[in-house]
Design a protein around this ligand. Structure first.
Ligand code: B3K
Ligand code: ZN
Length: 881
């Protein structure tokens, strides 16, 4: 049943804690059946107001004892409730509280707090997991210095790690040993971490620019050391980059990364001891695709960058989550752009934003980048907070310029180091360095919803003026019926018939620089003077704002931009818009039973681009990949029939394949030389593989047996996971006769490598065929699958629900029913995992009537379940509202 009784936490209710906890000494006695935790807290009243009741947070804890200044407290000096421990009348001044709790990490299936993964002990505390270890003021604005002692069996857990620097270790006799870690930097409890287990370490070191020697280690399960080398390499490059680009140096003598196989998300930035989902650590040619390598690099960088943006400067409260997450995503995006290809990275990031954030912003779960209320904070680690949060910072940089932005960052680091800060404090730094009023800009933090910018244009030959009329509107979102205009930086070029950008003699109607104008009103007319010819407008270059653009550019203009725009992002955008228009039209034709007709514009433009030597292979591969089914559904936006979309998309792709088959064959041929040669994960090599595999997919769409034979041959010859998985996926998704054989061979070879099993599961779960649901159900019984492991669940159930629109949204409702029931089952053991899966229902109202009522039925059935977690009830309640 829905738990309506939970009242939301509101930003407007924020007030500092009555007490500070300046120091905490933790002592862990780690044993197989139970763990005892002794916490000694140095508590002092803030502002000298002593004597008020001290209310500490707790969750599923067994309290053993409480002592105040060394005296064990009698039962009437404190109250234990489900989620708190209250010391009714503490002394007026500072005091020491000693709390002993008993935990059962082996029974902790929520993977929050202290739990076990593959025989090791590990922790996850963000956002509110520390209260599952001991009673504490578990909130980010309570900063404490931690000293951690842990003791465990020396054989079972030879490796004992926590935050900070190792200060002592030794033998306790009786087969047990201990270690003491000291973290000199005050930190909030969510950054606490502990790991104890039998792990292999890959070691290296880094010397910071001011000469600090830092010991680096990446800990993995025994036998996986060679798979951690790329993570280590990424870490060293991240450390250097943050010094070079943001002037940020590392601040401890040790930096450890630990990979664990049971983890609810990607990774966690605990101070000096990052804990990772092994998916973002382990990589070698045999098990990781190029996409996996890029993922390892960016997540390693992201967590490392948190050391300054998140750890040294943390968040005052969880409403400020984007302060650390949006900013750190921005920083990791910039890192990857510098390490790889900037335009390719930008396109990849925008694809993620559009596929994850736009549907969130346009549906029942929409919330501002800085939310102002929540019921369950774990449900706010969203694409809006992360990805839109990063876009807001990117816009800020565009708006105030690189120089003022860089000075603003430095000011922020200087001014707020050691503090728990707010978004207002962050933005104030940039207002100061740019001398600009950023109050309207703050709407990006406060207002949910994706603004829609509509563009109309007019050229007047006689006066040689060109006008752009731009209007913006942000649709209503839950709790925000009407919106104010946003500050929207439009990076632009006016492309002349020769392909060069034209230079107007004067621009009026908006604040403007040579290549950016700023919209800040509901409607504006920008006038460009001195233009004798009508230019083709290239707006929102490099995707300069997270908006939807409605601009009726002709097909000729799009083709012209694909071939001529100086901005690579907009060349890709033009290709995407052109193919999108064709597929949307075909979807409507499919719906009404008409035959499809495609014009040749896209295929011809693509053919020309593929022939160009000026474009790199990774970029060509992006040009080739048309929008996906979920992108098309988003464009159509209502009354969605996923089958019609699938039919139209396939027909369009087959049409392109038929027009360009010889070129595609040549691209596959050119790429085949790389199979069997030495593997390098660098961006250029990855780009070549992406191009060959994109071409191969088109060839296989023809359904010709020669294409399947070629694909199967590549599958067998592949010496790296990128080519192997690409071929496997083509065989399986295109229904090749070799599909089952290839799946069996793949499984035979990799069934003992869980991360590769994930690829095998996801490949099968995403087949657009009616048998897939039964297949998914059958795969849950495979020995390599487990409902207890988040990676397995996301690969099988998550992929089915979010990447297989025709089968998840089967017209008979069985896909919805199965996923909803499975969410209910998972919720009993791991609520965070369950509520993440539930998000795949967020666009249920945009289906056509039949599917919509089936989806609602499945959601209502879940809602009627006996006991639901706060995580799941929160999402359900908002999804159905
Ligand atoms: N800060 C963590 C995410 C924690 C999620 C808690 N539900 C990873 C990251 O963003 O770097
Ligand atoms: Zn983060």
């Amino acid at each position: 049943m829905l738990n309506d009784t939970v009242a939301p936490i509101r930003l407007s209710d924020y007030r500092p804690s009555d007490y500070a906890i300046d120091r905490i000494a933790l002592d862990f006695d780690l044993r197989a059946d139970e763990t005892l935790v002794r916490a000694e807290l140095a508590v002092s009243p803030r502002d000298g107001i002593g004597g008020k009741p001290l209310v500490l947070d707790g969750d599923e804890l067994t309290l053993v004892s409480v002592a105040l200044d060394g005296e064990v407290l009698g039962a009437n000096s404190y109250q234990v409730q489900d989620t708190s421990l209250t010391i009714s009348s503490p002394p007026q001044g500072a005091f020491t509280l000693t709390i002993v709790t008993r935990l059962d990490p082996a029974a902790n299936t929520k993977l929050m707090g202290l739990y076990r993964s593959s025989g090791a002990w590990c922790t996850q505390c963000e956002a509110e997991g520390f209260r599952r270890i001991t009673y504490f003021l578990d909130r980010p604005d309570v900063l404490s210095v931690y000293r951690v002692r842990m003791e465990a069996d020396a054989k079972e857990a030879p490796v004992l790690l926590s935050n900070g620097n190792l200060v002592e270790s030794g033998d306790c006799g009786n087969g047990r040993h201990f270690a003491v870690w000291d973290d000199p930097w005050p930190k909030p409890s969510y950054l606490f971490a502990l790991v104890a287990g039998d792990l292999e370490a890959v070691k290296d070191s880094f010397t910071t620019k001011s000469g600090r020697h830092v010991d680096l280690a990446v800990y993995v399960e025994h036998g996986n050391g060679s798979k951690a080398l790329y993570a280590m390499d990424s870490l060293k490059r991240s450390m250097k980059w943050d010094e070079d680009v943001f002037g940020r140096e590392y601040d401890l003598d040790v930096f450890n990364v630990v990979a664990v196989s049971d983890f609810n998300m990607g990774a966690m930035e605990n101070k000096g001891l990052n804990i990772f989902n092994d998916k973002y650590v382990l990589a070698d040619a045999d098990i990781a695709t190029d996409g996996d390598y890029a993922g390892v690099e960016s997540v390693i960088a992201h967590e490392y960058f948190h050391n300054w943006t998140g750890n040294r400067i943390t968040c005052r409260d969880w409403f400020q989550l984007c302060l650390k997450e949006g900013l750190t995503v921005f920083r990791d995006q910039e890192f990857s752009a510098d390490e790889r290809s900037r335009p390719v990275k930008r396109i990849a990031d925008v694809k993620v934003l559009r596929s994850h954030q736009f549907p969130e912003d346009g549906g029942p779960l929409a919330h501002p980048v800085r939310p102002n209320q929540y019921k369950e904070i774990n449900n706010f680690y969203t694409a809006t907070v992360y990805e839109k949060g990063a876009e807001v910072i990117r816009m800020l940089k565009t708006l105030i310029g690189d120089d003022a932005f860089a000075r603003g960052m430095t000011l922020y680091f200087d001014r707020h180091d050691g503090q728990a800060a707010t978004i207002e404090e962050f933005v104030a730094c940039f207002a100061e360095t740019s001398a600009r009023d950023l109050s309207q800009f703050m709407n990006w933090y406060f207002q949910a919803g994706t603004p829609v910018v509509t563009v109309a244009e007019r050229h007047d030959e006689a006066s040689q003026t060109y006008e752009l009329v731009l209007s913006q509107e942000t649709p209503p979102t839950p709790g925000q019926p009407s919106k104010l205009p946003q500050v929207i930086p439009v990076r632009f070029g006016l492309v002349g018939s020769t392909g060069n950008d034209l230079r107007p003699s004067r621009i009026s109607g908006a604040e403007t620089s040579a290549d950016v104008f700023i919209l800040d009103k509901a409607q504006q007319t920008i006038v460009f003077e001195g233009l004798s010819e009508r230019p083709v407008p290239s707006l929102f270059r490099a995707f300069s704002a997270p908006v939807k653009v409605r601009h009726a550019l002709s097909s000729d203009d799009q083709v012209f931009l694909i071939g001529n725009d100086a901005d690579p992002f907009n060349r890709w955008q033009a290709a995407t818009s052109l193919s999108m228009a064709a597929i949307v039209k075909a979807t409507h034709q499919a719906r009404s039973g008409q035959p499809f007709s495609f014009d040749t514009a896209f295929a011809e433009a693509l053919g020309a681009a593929l022939d160009s030597d000026a474009l790199d292979p990774a970029f060509k591969a992006l040009l080739m990949s048309p929008p996906g089914e979920n992108d098309i559904a988003r464009e159509i936006s209502e009354n969605i029939d996923p089958d019609a979309i699938h039919t139209a998309l396939m027909a369009f792709r087959r049409f392109v394949a038929s027009r360009l088959a010889p070129r595609f064959a040549r691209l596959v041929q050119d790429g085949t030389g790389d199979i069997g040669s030495g593997f390098s994960p660098d961006a250029a090599s990855a780009g070549k593989r992406a191009l060959a595999n994109a071409a191969l997919d088109y060839l296989a769409l023809t359904g010709e047996s020669s294409a399947f034979d070629l694909t199967y041959a590549r599958f067998q010859a592949a010496t790296n996971m990128t080519d192997r998985l690409a071929a496997l996926s083509i065989l399986v998704h295109r229904g090749a006769p070799q599909a089952d054989e290839a799946l069996a061979a793949f499984y035979a070879r990799f069934s003992s490598v869980p991360l590769v099993v994930d690829k095998w599961l996801a490949t099968q779960a995403t087949v657009a065929k009616a048998q897939t649901l039964d297949k998914v159900i059958a795969l849950t019984a495979d020995p390599a699958f487990s409902f207890g492991n988040p990676n397995r669940v996301r690969s099988l159930i998550g992929s089915f629900a979010s990447l297989n629109p025709t089968q998840f949204a089967r017209a008979d409702g069985k896909g919805f029913d199965y996923v909803a029931q499975t969410i209910g089952r998972i919720d009993d053991s791991n609520p965070q995992l369950a509520s993440r899966l539930l998000v795949s229902f967020r666009s249920w109202r945009s289906y056509e009537q039949g599917r919509r009522s089936k989806a609602e039925k499945a959601l209502r059935a879940l809602q009627a379940k006996e006991k639901l977690s706060r995580d799941v009830s929160d999402i359900l309640e908002r999804t159905l509202a």
